[in-house]
Design a protein around this ligand. Structure first.
Ligand SMILES: C[S@@+](CC[C@H](N)C(=O)[O-])C[C@H]1O[C@@H](n2cnc3c(N)ncnc32)[C@H](O)[C@@H]1O
Length: 243
């Protein structure tokens, strides 16, 4: 019994150390990326901000989706023309800036970041790129905690809203399915159509297996619209006739 107890304690310790390392490394990565972009880009110039991120990523480890996946994201934003976008996983704001620059004048981005310091750094970069708080909101929270509160963030003055027509998930692959289900449960996915982009960081099919298996057994409201090694697009529509 005591050896089993010891094993459990040791597993917990390993997990705690791994979590701390992820937190510290993540913080360092965000601070370095932010410092480089902030000091090297032309403030107020979106293209310069994105170019500076890409320049940084040429020589350093970077959490930003980068130009290749960024172009896939751009194509989806141009096709969907969303008025409300939800991003899970802000980091330093690279993908937020990519999305914001393509939104219509009335479009809004809500972006969620778990780590408070990273959220502040990301928000600053979005402002440096020239966007205003009327166009975006950074929420510091875990996706699971924030989703049930999003109705009030979307349309504070109204009881109901159309929900998000684009969701970008680039936070934690293990959260993709629970968060998708929570968004559906809360009726936060636009019923007339919502594209959900899943960023497959490790480009491993098994990382997305759970969510794709779920989607494929529900053809009444989901379909897989695009499947690339680094990004998968799921399309949600409540009314099957439109699929
Ligand atoms: C890969 S980075 C996002 C990169 C960003 N999309 C870009 O292209 O610049 C993932 C971010 O998600 C955050 N994150 C991880 N799990 C999360 C969760 N459950 N809820 C919200 N944010 C989370 C991490 O702190 C990290 O900053």
């Amino acid at each position: 019994v005591s050896s089993r107890y010891g094993d459990k304690v040791s597993t917990l310790c390993h997990r705690a150390v791994a979590w701390l390392l992820r937190l510290v490394r993540g913080g360092v990565c965000a601070r370095r990326t932010h410092a480089f972009v902030f000091s090297s880009c032309t403030h107020g110039n979106v293209h310069s901000v994105l170019e500076t991120f890409d320049l940084y990523a040429d020589t350093h480890a970077s959490a930003a989706i980068g130009p290749e996946t960024g172009e896939v994201l751009d194509d989806v934003v141009k096709r969907v023309r969303p008025s409300r976008v939800l991003e899970l996983g802000t980091h330093c704001g690279y993908s937020s800036v990519r999305v914001l620059r393509l939104l219509p004048p009335a479009g809004r981005l809500v972006t969620v970041e778990l780590d408070p310091l990273t959220a502040d750094l990301g928000e600053e970069i979005i402002l440096v790129a020239g966007f205003k708080h009327a166009q975006f909101q950074v929420l510091t929270s875990s996706s699971a905690e924030v989703i049930p509160t999003l109705h009030s963030v979307l349309e504070p003055a109204q009881k109901s809203s159309d929900g998000f027509s684009l969701v970008l998930m680039d936070h934690d692959a293990q959260q993709f399915l629970p968060d998708l289900l929570a968004l559906e449960e809360e009726e936060l996915l636009c019923s007339s159509g919502c594209s959900v982009l899943l960023i497959n960081r490790r480009q491993r099919a098994e990382d997305l297996r759970e969510i794709l298996d779920h989607v494929r057994v529900r053809p009444d409201c989901f379909c897989v619209k695009m499947e690339r090694p680094c990004v998968v697009e799921i399309f949600y529509q409540k009314d099957k006739a439109g699929l």
